[in-house]
Ligand binder design. Structure first.
Ligand SMILES: [Zn+2]
Length: 512
């Protein structure tokens, strides 16, 4: 759409100070106040508390908005994509916990079967399933009668641990445990029908519970359990004996299974198949290779940038170069393969959208959701993380960049935030270096788009915590709006690209 107004300057009559028209003159945005808007249909509007701006194209308006508040404009633009990413993270979380629980169940079943098999060598009536264990006991009762069963109980179930070494509760003093609980429950029901037997057996139960766990009580427990079985098998009706055998065998099998599952929760789960399947699912090779390529490009760009900045300053950058060269990407799955399975670690790896530099190992950890971040966000983030290897809080900061600290302080950044601010600054420098490359085949508006999609620091000021919730120390990260609106926004190439009429002060890497 042709813009007739500039050639007809006589038309610039001030009519309303609360309105202004935004136009582009020599690629610089200018606001002309008080333009008579009645003659100009199809204008795009932007309202601030004290003024309404009009632009004759969406593109001009977007640039104007980005100049005024880069963080908000970029975040509005990427909102849909960020929402999508959040949903994807939720799905990953679900998928992950499903894999994890399934695995746990599988291992549990395997271990249970194994332990039961071991135990059935000692106890011929023990089976894998509760039902089968019960029926094998009843069958034995049918064949050998109550005398045979009484003998079997005496042999197998009248030991303090009854062969179930993992039934820990049965060891604790003053705590009945599974076997005694089952016996007591059954005996309780004899109170009305067999008051004499009840009284006798109940007091034996009490004594056993009291003495259980004492160093020398094992023989007493065994003796008492035998007394209880004798009392039951000798005095009850056939029907009651059958009922007792049934209840006892079911309870015993369940108690045993439970005690094993309880234990399993604390066993480390090493499983190379699981590692492999999670790796294939969450860290596909193609994605890893893509990130690795971007990482290599960014790393090389940063090293070149450091060397170029050192030119003519007779300063040694060999230490910085060596550290930067040595940075590696780190896929957490590799550690899982070596160190086994820890649920929380994996959970956070799969679900938090993040990359993080560790100075201890000089490597950058890549979490799963980061693999699907947009390219320009990856560029910014990788530059930021690599920047931490030489940031202002480290002792590897090149001499010629130490003056940046004073500049950041002047812009209102705290002492504790110097590391993060430097990394943000370097990320902005590197992002712009890439965009300035003559070989880059992007149009001006595609480059602007690239800058906007690189911005994902989108928490509003009021949503941000000032303290680190884990340590209670002040957050080393400045607020998101400040990181974007005073560092990235201040870069001269940003201003050139968007045609901003003014800019926050810029911290140049050149010595002042
Ligand atoms: Zn950082």
């Amino acid at each position: 759409m042709a813009f007739p107004f500039l050639s007809q300057s006589q038309m610039f009559t001030l009519v309303d100070e609360s309105k202004a028209l935004v136009v582009l003159v020599d690629n610089t945005l200018s606001a002309i106040p008080g333009y008579p808007l009645l003659d100009c249909p199809g204008l795009y509007t932007y309202k601030t508390p004290d003024r309404t701006y009009f632009a004759q194209s969406q593109d001009i308006l977007d640039r104007f908005k980005a100049c005024r508040n880069l963080q908000k404009t970029a975040c509005d633009k990427t909102q849909a994509q960020r929402q999508l990413q959040k949903e994807q993270e939720d799905n990953l979380r679900l998928e992950f916990s499903h894999i994890f629980t399934e695995q746990e169940k599988r291992i549990e079943a395997e271990q249970l079967a194994e332990k039961l098999e071991q135990l059935s060598l000692e106890n011929p009536l023990l089976r894998q399933q509760t039902e089968n264990t019960m029926s094998s006991h009843l069958e034995y009762l049918n064949q050998r009668g109550r005398i045979g069963m009484q003998k079997f109980f005496g042999q197998h179930y009248a030991k303090p641990m009854v062969g179930f070494t993992r039934l820990q509760n049965d060891q604790a003093p003053g705590f009945p445990g599974h076997i005694l609980s089952t016996l007591r429950q059954f005996i309780q029901r004899l109170k009305e029908s067999h008051p004499k037997i009840f009284k006798n057996l109940d007091s034996i139960c009490d004594e056993t519970v009291r003495k259980k766990g004492d160093v020398n009580s094992d023989r007493l427990v065994a003796k008492n359990l035998r007394k209880i079985y004798d009392g039951l098998f000798q005095n009850l009706s056939d029907e009651d004996v059958r009922e007792f055998t049934k209840e006892f065998s079911v309870s015993l099998h369940e108690a045993f299974s439970l005690s094993i599952s309880d234990k399993l929760k604390f066993w480390p789960l090493h499983d190379s198949h699981l590692v492999q399947s999670i790796e294939e699912r969450f860290y596909p090779n193609a994605k890893k290779a893509e990130i690795a390529r971007t990482f290599q490009r960014v790393k090389e760009k940063i090293i070149t940038y450091v060397e170029r900045s050192a030119e003519g300053k007779s300063q040694d950058v060999s230490q910085a170069r060596q550290v930067l060269n040595g940075i590696d990407l780190y896929w957490p799955m590799e550690r899982m393969g070596q160190e086994g399975f820890t649920g929380n670690y994996l959970q956070s790896m799969v679900t938090s959208e993040n990359a993080a530099y560790s100075s201890e190992n000089n490597r950058i950890k890549i979490n799963v959701p980061y693999l699907s971040a947009p390219l320009w966000k990856q560029m910014w983030t990788l530059s930021h993380e690599i920047g931490h290897a030489i940031d202002l809080s480290s002792n590897r900061i090149p001499e010629f960049w130490k003056h940046l600290k004073a500049c950041f302080e002047k812009k209102g950044f705290e002492e504790t935030q110097m590391g993060e601010t430097f990394s943000d600054w370097l990320a902005a420098e590197i992002l712009m270096e890439f965009l300035k490359e003559p070989s880059l085949s992007l149009s001006e508006s595609e480059k602007r788009e690239a800058v906007l999609t690189s911005v994902w620091l989108c928490r509003a000021a009021e949503e941000q915590e000032l303290m680190d919730p884990l340590t209670g120390n002040p957050d080393v990260h400045p607020p998101d709006w400040k990181r974007i609106n005073t560092i990235l926004r201040a870069h001269p190439y940003f201003n050139q690209l968007f045609g901003c009429a003014s800019s926050p002060s810029y911290c140049s890497g050149e010595l002042p």
